[in-house]
Design a protein. Structure first.
Length: 472
């Protein structure tokens, strides 16, 4: 039974993520001057596009990238930016993805290098602390997130494949701006089994690097240039998605994999020393001007149409009240129709492209709560289905309903606080030493040793021994 509790606790972070992404979007778009990305209808760029990942094979290819920098549009990916800058290469576009703790690496680079000429391409949910370092920023939406529902009225403003890895987003950006010839460098998706898993000048090797976790490369995958190669679980998922991306959208495009890493299906293996480009600096300048000139400005009116305090608060209260009625009604009585009621409350209807409309507060709030509520309901059903008698099931339902009601009120409180102050985000993180405000209080593994009689860090108001301490 403990494993189900662990799954539930691990996924409570959905709500934290959604609230943070709404706050970030508010901060990033409220100026009335933010540029909005638009999907190019067809592959049309005459210039080749280099997508630069952070894999260790990048080191070998840096001289080739440097020699062709004036003739190819260069897109850097996350931590690959430092490897390029240290070696005298300034990319034309830089892609970041994370909604928190990107500041430390960008802050250090901005102190040493001029970032003003490159265009930062990021989701609206990006960590707002980094935008101060860039003069030219273009934002894209990620579908199926609450900011998308509030602010976006067309999928043409969405990056089509923004994950699961940041390198997927970079390659999607290259495809979506209209690239015909895409060359991949440092997109290794793993390790040879020994040696580093990043290029040598990567930010992860600097003193104050903020490291999330260490990967284990235990999944064998086909290698681009032969030999053994291994992916981590998340890298393998990213590789699978990349293969799907290219399979679905290779009409009029050519992909060349210059990385000494994983084999990418339908991308031609090409040693960088064999690279020969039919391109000129003039073509590149023309293409880059066309790309940057195609980004529209997201006006104050557009923003105000999406963000309305009163509508958001009404939607939050309506959902919370509806959930409490569901608890008091079908869930409490043992009627399994509570699942149908929940689906109705969270507006689980298919959304077609024609139905998109900015400012749908009800749908946005449903998405804000949805991930966490889904996991809670799945766990509740799992436990109730395991009850061995009607009497035990009735006792369990009583406990579940009481605790679920506390969760609903906690989520309501946090969501209303978000609307009251959408600028309340975690501070910029500069060092790799983790502080209390760097941690997500909903994640139990970050709490340390909580005294049994202390108030539970989850925010329930109960003592730890009567709350999460019961399952610790």
């Amino acid at each position: 039974m403990q494993k189900y509790t662990d799954v539930l606790m691990a996924n409570l972070g959905f709500f934290y993520d959604e609230t943070l992404m709404l706050k970030n979007t508010y901060l990033n778009l409220r100026s009335g001057t933010a540029k909005l990305y638009s999907l190019a209808p067809t592959p049309h760029l005459e210039s080749p596009v280099f997508v630069i990942g952070a894999g260790p094979s990048l080191d070998h290819d840096l001289p080739i990238i440097h020699d062709n920098a004036e003739r190819a549009i260069i897109i850097s990916t996350g931590t690959a930016l430092r490897s390029l800058l240290v070696n005298g290469i300034t990319p034309d576009f830089h892609v970041e993805l994370e909604n928190i703790h990107v500041y430390s690496s960008i802050h250090e680079l901005a102190r040493k290098y001029d970032l003003s000429s490159l265009c930062l391409a990021v989701p609206t949910t990006i960590d707002p602390h980094i935008t101060q370092f860039f003069d030219d920023i273009v934002y894209f939406f990620r579908a199926n997130l609450s900011p998308f529902v509030l602010f976006c009225d067309s999928h043409v403003h969405c990056l089509r494949w923004p994950g699961p890895l940041i390198v997927n987003a970079s390659i999607s950006f290259a495809m979506d701006i209209g690239a015909k010839d895409i060359y991949l460098f440092g997109t290794d998706f793993g390790s040879r089994g020994t040696g580093p898993d990043h290029a040598k000048d990567n930010v992860v090797y600097t003193d104050n690097a903020v490291i999330g976790y260490s990967r284990e490369f235990g999944t064998p995958v086909a290698a681009n240039f032969g030999g053994e190669f291994f992916a981590s679980r998340d890298f393998n998922l990213g590789l699978i998605r990349l293969n799907e991306m290219i399979l679905l959208d290779n009409q009029g495009r050519r992909f060349f994999n210059c990385s000494d890493g994983a084999l990418i299906e339908k991308a031609k293996p090409l040693r960088s020393g064999q690279l020969s480009l039919d391109a000129t600096p003039e073509k590149k300048r023309k293409d880059e001007e066309q790309i940057r000139g195609g980004f529209a400005t997201l006006s104050n009116d557009w923003f105000d149409c999406g963000w309305n305090d009163a509508s958001l608060k009404d939607a939050i209260n309506a959902l919370a009240d509806g959930l409490l009625k569901m608890i008091q009604g079908p869930l409490g009585s043992g009627d399994k129709s509570y699942l149908a009621a929940y689906m109705t409350l969270t507006k689980r209807k298919p959304t077609t492209r024609a139905r998109l409309a900015r400012g749908d507060a009800g749908k946005a709030v449903a998405m804000l709560f949805g991930g966490t509520l889904d996991m809670i309901l799945a766990s509740i059903k799992c436990y109730l289905d395991r009850a061995t008698s009607p009497a035990i099931a009735a006792r369990l339902r009583k406990i579940v309903c009481e605790e679920f009601a506390v969760v609903i009120e906690t989520l309501r409180k946090e969501a209303l606080a978000l609307v009251d102050d959408p600028t309340d985000i975690p501070p910029a993180k500069i060092t790799k030493v983790w502080q209390d405000n760097d941690l997500i209080s909903e994640s139990t593994y970050t709490w340390g040793n909580v005294p049994r009689n202390a108030i539970c860090p989850c925010g329930s108001g109960r003592r730890y021994k009567h709350c999460h301490g019961r399952t610790a």
